[in-house]
Design a protein around this ligand. Structure first.
Ligand code: ADP
Ligand code: MG
Length: 262
């Protein structure tokens, strides 16, 4: 798949617009970030993209083709999703969860083939969990759980990956691991990312959401400025291009530090 595009998406849960006239795109291999405050519509937008909900207006196009005209199986062959830790999966083993990634490729009663097993094994290796295949999901740490969900997405063998704050609650080393695993896949990624520094480091391009709308679109260097951070989050921050990454590094200035500078 060469291009994912959304045009004029609107979604309301009943009162007010959660997503209002949102248009965006991702080209093949692009890592696109969605940032914005809590409640700005990031998850709702992503749910429209992975068809958990149907936008009341607008369209989503995969290579120019409207996905509402495709079967769910057809879009599942093209789109994998990683959300936050999934507690519905607690009874399953690591292997079985990753095997679920194969389901769009088969009919309901098909058994896993040797080829499926190879793909599952490979996916677990990619996230460093090959030796943990028989452990129970519920017994894993938060970071390990996320690795398993990424392995499941890898096993699905899609071109397009949607991530909804995949590293929430994870320590910084787990966060870097998760984003590195994803980056190495070279897939088309659209990811809601809470942490502005992670978004800066990993995304090629960002959309900033505010109150259900796309407030700005651009590269991390264009967007992650003190002025934008103040406008969108109401927070005082500094942002300088780091010499090693050439990406903005954001430092927040709390009230006590501002007082001192007076
Ligand atoms: P974000 O992911 O940016 O935090 P969301 O897409 O979750 O934002 O939420 C956008 C808006 O939609 C918020 O006002 C939120 O309260 C509302 N919302 C989200 N999910 C539901 C739901 N299941 N039912 C009703 N309102 C919801
Ligand atoms: Mg959300």
């Amino acid at each position: 798949m060469k291009r994912v595009e959304a045009r004029g998406l609107c979604y309301s849960y009943g009162r007010g617009q959660a997503v209002e006239d949102v248009s965006l795109y991702a080209e093949r291999g692009e890592f696109v970030g969605i940032i914005g405050p809590n409640g700005s519509g990031k998850s709702t937008l992503l749910k429209c993209l992975y068809r958990a909900i149907k936008p009341q207006k607008g369209e989503i196009l995969f290579d120019g083709e409207d996905i509402s005209k495709m079967s769910y199986r057809e879009t599942a062959l093209k789109t994998a999703v990683v959300g936050q830790e999934n507690d519905v999966l607690f009874e399953f083993s690591v292997h079985d969860i990753v095997a679920m990634g194969r389901s769009p490729h088969k009919r309901f009663f098909d058994r896993d083939t040797a080829e499926d097993e190879r793909i599952i094994e490979h996916a677990l290796e990619h996230v460093g969990m090959a030796d943990e295949a028989h452990r129970r999901y519920s017994c894993l740490s938060g970071g390990e759980k996320q690795r398993v969900l990424i392995a499941r997405a890898i096993a699905q063998e899609t071109d397009f990956l949607i991530l909804d704050e995949p590293t929430n609650h994870l320590d910084v080393s787990c966060q870097l691991d998760i984003f590195d695993f994803i980056k190495r896949l070279n897939l088309t990624v659209i990811a809601a990312i809470h942490d502005l520094n992670m978004a800066s480091l990993y995304c090629d391009r960002l959309y900033v959401m505010k109150a259900g709308r796309v407030f700005r679109e651009g590269t991390p260097a264009e967007l992650l400025t003190p002025a934008l951070i103040r406008e969108v989050y109401g927070v005082t921050a500094e942002a300088e291009l780091h010499p090693a990454t050439q990406r903005p590094a954001v430092t927040y200035l709390p009230e006590w530090a501002l007082d001192k500078n007076k």
